[in-house]
Design a protein around this ligand. Structure first.
Ligand SMILES: [Fe+2]
Ligand SMILES: [Fe+2]
Length: 186
């Protein structure tokens, strides 16, 4: 069955997809023009990745997947991989932040491009697997009581970048996302 939690998780993926597009376009700036990426912007985007996806989106998914494992034990292998992915995404977020702070201090910009490409690619692949396999399985196998239990166990706050009350620190980042949206629409 469709659930409020699943709707939020899917909405988060759309938002995260926009953020990844923006990070990728900044990282590519180095290759297409002489100007270097806007490191400050990418650092803010990574802070958001810790603030919301890591603190709320992934734990909410973990609660859904724990329930799904009870209902469909055959999915264990796939769910273990997805769980590992959450840890890897967190490590890649951190690795990219470290590469950027080194580049700001005069370190190699190539390390930012390489780690950034892995970060973006892995995030996209992870969300694609969830959307194609894991969310549909949850929709199919979890019943209303399961979703009630999941909702009781998790607390998803307002998104500090994509909801109506944007955290002040993210205003510049949000403007860039809106610009990108307008460019893609036009
Ligand atoms: Fe996930
Ligand atoms: Fe996800």
């Amino acid at each position: 069955m469709e659930s409020k939690t699943l709707r939020i998780l899917l909405r988060d993926h759309i938002n995260q997809g926009e953020l990844l597009d923006l990070i990728e376009s900044e990282l590519c700036r180095n290759a297409v023009s002489a100007s270097s990426p806007d490191f400050e912007l990418i650092v803010l985007a990574l802070e958001y990745c810790v603030d919301y996806p890591e603190h709320y989106h992934h734990p909410a998914e973990d609660a859904v997947y724990a329930r799904l494992l009870q209902r469909k034990p055959a999915l264990r292998g796939r769910l273990v991989e997805i769980d590992r992915d959450h840890k890897l995404l967190s490590a890649l977020t951190n690795a990219l932040a470290v590469a950027i702070s080194k580049a700001i201090e005069g370190g190699p910009v190539n390390a930012v491009s390489d780690t950034g490409a892995r970060f973006v690619e892995h995030y996209r692949r992870h969300m694609k697997i969830e959307e194609a396999e894991i969310f549909p399985a949850a929709r199919e196998h979890l019943n209303a009581a399961d979703w009630d239990a999941v909702e009781a166990a998790i607390a998803i706050p307002k998104d500090p970048l994509f909801d109506e009350h944007i955290r002040e620190a993210y205003h510049g980042l949000q403007r860039r996302i809106v610009q990108q949206r307008q460019k893609n629409a036009g």
